[in-house]
Design a protein around this ligand. Structure first.
Ligand code: LAN
Length: 725
């Protein structure tokens, strides 16, 4: 472990001086938190409202005039939200939620000898203390989830590495829960992996992760280049580390962990018998019989693997790791692969190498300081995603035209300009990448991955700002907008729908081989109503502004995409969300698309069904509230309380549908206005996002963009209904 720290029992008060933390936003939207050691440094770099807001220091802004109508409430919302805009034009934000990421950061850093600042360690420990489930002292897969072995074993280990002693009351309690759930041997596969890297679990206890798959011919339907990009990008370094049976050198601390984590003596555990031992509390996608069978065959191969083949496979995997690091300037696609790639590079090239240094620098981009302490984020931020929604909201509500907002939008456009990817990846087909020229990514240009809906939202934002707000300088050329359209054309699937990063490359049955146990639908890309909608809406707006560019193809693309949306509608009337919670999220997007295709409550059965579905769920207080469990169970599950963000999605959906009765929208508006604070902000409510069915993820900026958007739209919409136009 790093040196022992003296840790209070509770994390309610910061463990460091919060007035010394600063968020640096530079290089096209990179976010890194810095602890200033001296008063001089603090004076030279004063804490600003962005720093303060995100770490929970009150901004003490004066109360704004009490809004008399929805537009005034939206305006107050933006008056507050402007204080959170960074100097470079974008809105930074926390992107926490998953509870299996920080352990990867800590274990990966520890085994490679990469240190943390003491203040970072203290605040990471505090975060874990604050995120413990109070009833049993364990951790779940995400901040609102029930305790699991995955969450508890890994975060327990993270706390220990960071410097907490085993007799700390929080760890005593967590250990009790871990043992009740079956001990660390009952971890799902990814938990087993991290423990094996740390040398507190035996590699014999893992199902095989053969790198040889990368030597197979590309045309095979199960070749890993056909897997969902996140899954394959995790399995490349995982197969490398498995192949070399990487493990941290044994020391007293490791020996002690071996005693703490298991129900029985570590040295008497029958490891091969643990391969499929996964606690009930963790299991979401149980193995199929065929997958178990394949594991048996691969297990037999492991005992007689051909060294030359294994070496060739490891060489290939390592090559792919290097290509990925260089393509993304060491950000990598996501937080799991980030730390795994870092270990591989550190192992092969050593701590003096450029790769090690670059990985250490970019590791910082995932570490975010929040009110409860320091966490590891789901990506290096959600920069493009957040700027996309707020800019469109401002244009649609008319707030963009107001003089006092012009400067902030000018800066936002400049940021959107910097964020667009203007070339294909350095290593393109060689690393199985999709085209990127013209795309917008989810976070920053440096990360550099095309995402269908981020490209759609980025394109829309630019068109809204450049073409719909008088006097805006057109800093992004028409050619570049056409490039974005070209990328979108490359992403439509035969069923008309759009997936996330790439085309669907593999067959559905690959899902039978899902090895992760805790996630659903991860093996291949699927089409999503959300992604499909962003493409439909951006293309149709593009066509209005630039009718001469590929307009016939746009019509065909939209027509096919609308066909997919109809197919995807559930019999009850809603659409299932995969990236936000859940039905309210996806139904809002779907109805936005249908509206642009001319379908509304007056003329479409499908829209009528959707409205009825939503209206049935509206609560007496005027709001909507869905639990993250809706995504797990793929059925509507009520949240204990109505939620501002979901209420906005549902009300927007009704407006997209041109729902003729003002009452449900008025009630929603009233609820959202009643939750607004005097300074114009809204308090944080339940978690907003999700991925892979089971893991919730935070989008704290949504509580600004969607209320502002919905209230401003509702102001116009209700006015029109009243006037009967
Ligand atoms: C994201 C975040 C954004 C999200 C949207 C743009 C909202 C979506 O419409 C398309 C998919 C995408 C880009 C997405 C994919 C999966 C991500 C990257 C995440 C949910 C953020 C974190 C998650 C990633 C997989 C977390 C690491 C975990 C693994 C299982 C590898």
């Amino acid at each position: 472990m790093y040196s022992v720290l003296d840790i209070p029992h509770s994390g309610s008060q910061p463990f460091t001086d919060y007035s010394r933390w600063r968020l640096l936003c530079n290089d096209g939207g990179r976010h890194t938190w810095h602890y200033l050691e001296t008063d001089e440094e603090c004076e030279a770099w004063p804490q600003n409202s962005v720093d303060k807001y995100w770490i929970g220091i009150p901004l003490n802004l004066p109360a704004l005039p009490k809004p008399q109508n929805p537009l005034e409430a939206a305006r107050n919302g933006y008056t507050f939200y402007k204080h959170l805009q960074s100097d470079d034009g974008h809105w930074a934000g926390e992107y926490g939620g998953p509870m299996f990421l920080l352990p990867g950061l800590v274990i990966g850093s520890y085994v490679t000898g990469m240190s943390f600042k003491k203040e970072e360690r203290l605040e990471m420990i505090r975060y874990l203390l604050n995120r413990v489930n109070p009833e049993d002292g364990g951790w779940g897969i995400h901040i609102e989830g029930h305790s699991t072995v995955f969450g508890t074993a890994l975060n327990y280990v993270a706390m220990r590495i960071l410097g907490v002693q085993a007799d700390h009351p929080a760890l005593v309690k967590a250990r009790g829960t871990l043992h009740k759930l079956g001990g660390a041997a009952a971890s799902p596969a990814w938990g087993k992996f991290w423990l094996a890297v740390l040398n507190v679990y035996d590699w014999e206890g893992l199902n095989p992760v053969p790198a040889e798959l990368w030597l197979l011919p590309d045309w095979l339907p199960f070749h890993p280049h056909r897997w969902w990009i996140h899954t394959r990008t995790v399995y490349i370094p995982m197969s490398y580390l498995y192949g070399i049976r990487y493990k941290m050198e044994e020391n007293d601390f490791i020996r002690s962990l071996r005693e703490e984590l298991y129900l029985k003596d570590y040295y008497s555990i029958n490891w091969p018998a643990q391969r499929n031992n996964v606690s009930e509390a963790d299991l979401y996608s149980p193995h199929t019989t065929i997958f178990d069978l394949i594991n048996k065959v691969l297990g037999a191969y492991e005992s007689c693997s051909i060294p030359s083949l294994r070496n060739a496979a490891l060489k290939r995997a390592y090559e792919l790791i290097v290509l990925e690091d260089e393509n993304t300037q060491y950000q990598t696609l996501g937080p799991v692969s980030k730390m795994m790639n870092l270990i591989c590079r550190a192992h092969v090239e050593g701590p003096e190498s450029e790769a090690y240094k670059q990985h250490a620098i970019k590791r910082q981009d995932f570490m975010w300081l929040g009110q409860e302490g320091m966490m590891m984020c789901g990506t290096n931020g959600s920069q493009l995603w957040d700027i996309g929604f707020i800019t469109q909201a401002l244009v649609e509500t008319g707030l963009a035209k107001e003089e006092e907002n012009k400067e902030s939008l000018r800066k936002a456009l400049e940021w959107l300009d910097v964020c667009q990817i203007q070339d294909n990846p350095k290593y393109y087909e060689r690393s199985y990448r999709h085209t990127t020229k013209g795309a917008w990514p989810f976070s920053t240009k440096e990360q550099g991955y095309t995402v269908s809906d981020c490209t759609g939202e980025g394109l829309k934002s630019v068109m809204y700002l450049q073409n719909q707000v008088e006097g805006t300088e057109k800093i992004i050329s028409e050619r570049r907008l056409c490039d974005a359209v070209d990328v979108l054309f490359t992403m439509q699937n035969p069923n008309g729908g759009f997936a996330s990063y790439e085309l669907v490359r593999g067959p559905q049955w690959l899902e039978w081989l899902n090895p992760a146990e805790v996630f659903g639908d991860i093996m291949i890309e699927f089409c999503y109503p959300e992604c499909t909608t962003s493409v439909i809406t951006s293309l149709s707006i593009f066509k209005k502004h630039y009718p001469h560019y590929r307009s016939a193809e746009i019509d065909v693309t939209i027509h096919r995409a609308i066909g997919y949306l109809h197919e995807a509608q559930r019999p009850e009337g809603g659409w299932v969300g995969s990236w936000g919670i859940c039905f309210t999220y996806a139904t809002q997007f779907a109805l936005e698309s249908l509206a642009l295709a001319g379908e509304n409550y007056g003329n479409s059965k499908s829209v009528q069904r959707a409205c009825k579905f939503l209206l049935d769920k509206q609560r007496a207080d005027g709001g909507w509230g869905e639990s993250y469990k809706s995504c797990e169970k793929v059925m509507w599950i009520e949240h204990a309380n109505s939620q501002v963000v979901q209420t906005c999605w549902a009300a927007m959906a009704l407006m997209y549908a041109s729902y003729p009765d003002p009452e449900p929208i008025e009630k929603a508006v009233k609820l959202v206005m009643s939750r607004q604070l005097p300074d114009g902000s809204w308090p944080q409510e339940a978690i907003e996002g999700v991925f892979n069915k089971t893991c919730a993820i935070s989008y704290p900026n949504f509580k600004f963009s969607f209320p502002i958007w919905m209230l401003g739209r509702a102001h116009k919409y209700l006015g029109q209904l009243e006037r009967g136009s």
